[in-house]
Ligand binder design. Structure first.
Ligand code: NAD
Ligand code: UDP
Length: 342
């Protein structure tokens, strides 16, 4: 029988790709999103690509009665909880918003799951929970120590989900710690559409490439790395989406096993510097991208990349796409949709 997955935040950048991948893997999907950082057009386009419309409900994860209505309308087998706020700088300026949406929103959702006997959850966490550990690569047992309220909310919800799952018969959950999601579906129809000023490297370069921004500022070339620029583990959003399907397959296939909440890194295991990313982008779009070196960005870690072994062992998941492919796919989306979904 077809299983139905609730994707909170399913209209967003990662959520739309996860929804697409779930549909093409034979799941039914209900998207629940308040569209505060996304457009319903992403869902329309996912429907077009898959010929299998996901259900879409506009609503807020802090709204218990909206969640009750959803769980009464659909028989949900598992939840992927992607909804949340994700801008690090905003979380420093307005931590109250982050604790409200990310933490209170999550507990409201988990309580609704309790009321409706839904016992499987996958949570979108982040490599940002690691802070700045001294040794690389980052394994799931590397020390945590988030450097900002956004990271703190992710670590809190991890703990909440682990506690709930451990204490509740029949519950099985998984925490996915994403590294740096980039790229877009190969169709070029869905992709990242930041509202306002893009904070992250890929969307910023993409907007320089389309002429919407003058130049890329490279935040520091005095790090202790080969070319002096900081290193991250960029992961293609379709690899990430496939990781979610594997996580759901795993939870639903092991229903009889005792309740647990594995933590799993989703990264490639390969680190790339800002300069390496810039070169790969220039090759993808076929022209130079203007840049200048500026000061380091406050709060940035020098190096971050995953040990991806656990995902391979537990889920049989490995990434398929390399950096040139990430840039190529991101550029296809950006070139075809220079104004995003607007
Ligand atoms: P996104 O902003 O594109 O998607 C989040 C979605 O949640 C949006 O569609 C937004 O409208 C929705 N949303 C926000 N508040 C809501 C609320 N109160 N009720 C219902 N819906 C709400 O971001 P994304 O990049 O797709 O991130 C998805 C998840 O992955 C987030 O939880 C984020 O913290 C996490 N994550 C993202 C990254 C990244 O670099 N993009 C890295 C690690 C973890
Ligand atoms: N970066 C940069 N210029 C930008 C945006 C980002 O040089 O306009 C650098 C940033 O300092 C970091 C890397 O690119 O070293 C990735 O940044 P992003 O914000 O995408 O990811 P995060 O730092 O959150 O891992």
């Amino acid at each position: 029988m077809t299983k139905t997955i609730l994707a909170t935040g399913g209209a967003g950048y990662i959520g739309s790709h996860v929804t697409l991948e779930l549909l093409t893997s034979g799941y039914e999907v209900v998207v629940f999103d308040n569209l505060s950082n996304s457009s319903a057009k992403s869902i329309e386009r996912v429907s077009r690509i898959t010929n299998g419309a996901p259900h879409f409900i506009e609503g807020d994860v802090r709204d218990a009665s909206a969640l009750d209505h959803l769980f009464e309308t659909f028989s949900i087998d598992a939840v992927i909880h992607l909804a949340g706020l994700k801008a690090v700088g905003e979380s420093v300026a307005h931590p109250e918003r982050y604790y409200d949406v990310n933490v209170a929103g999550s507990t409201t959702l988990f309580n609704a799951m309790f009321r409706h006997n839904v016992k499987h959850a996958v949570f979108s966490s982040s490599a940002t929970v690691y802070g700045e550990p001294e040794t690389m690569p980052l394994t799931e047992s590397s020390p945590t120590g988030p450097l900002n309220p956004y990271g703190a909310t992710k670590l809190m919800v991890e703990q909440i989900l682990q506690d709930i799952t451990g204490a509740s018969p029949g519950w099985r959950s998984m925490i996915l710690r994403y590294f740096n999601p980039v790229g877009a579906h190969v169709s070029g129809e869905i992709g990242e559409d930041p509202l306002g000023f893009p904070n992250n490297l890929f969307p910023f370069i993409a907007q320089v490439a389309t002429g919407h921004r003058d130049l890329l500022q490279i935040f520091g070339d005095d790090y202790n790395t080969a070319d002096g620029t900081a290193i991250r583990d960029y992961i293609h959003v379709m690899d990430l989406a496939r990781g979610h399907v594997k996580a759901i397959d795993y939870l639903l296939a092991n229903e009889s096993k005792e309740n647990s909440t594995p933590i799993v890194n989703l990264g490639t295991g390969v680190g790339s510097s800002v300069k390496e990313v810039l070169i790969a982008w220039e090759q993808a779009c076929g022209f130079p991208i203007k840049s200048e070196i500026t000061a380091r960005r406050a709060g940035d870690v020098q190096i971050s990349y995953a040990d991806a072994q656990k995902a391979k062992e537990l889920l049989g998941w490995e990434t398929l796409y390399d950096l040139p492919r990430m840039c190529k796919d991101h550029w296809r989306w950006q070139k075809g949709n220079p104004e995003g979904y607007r």
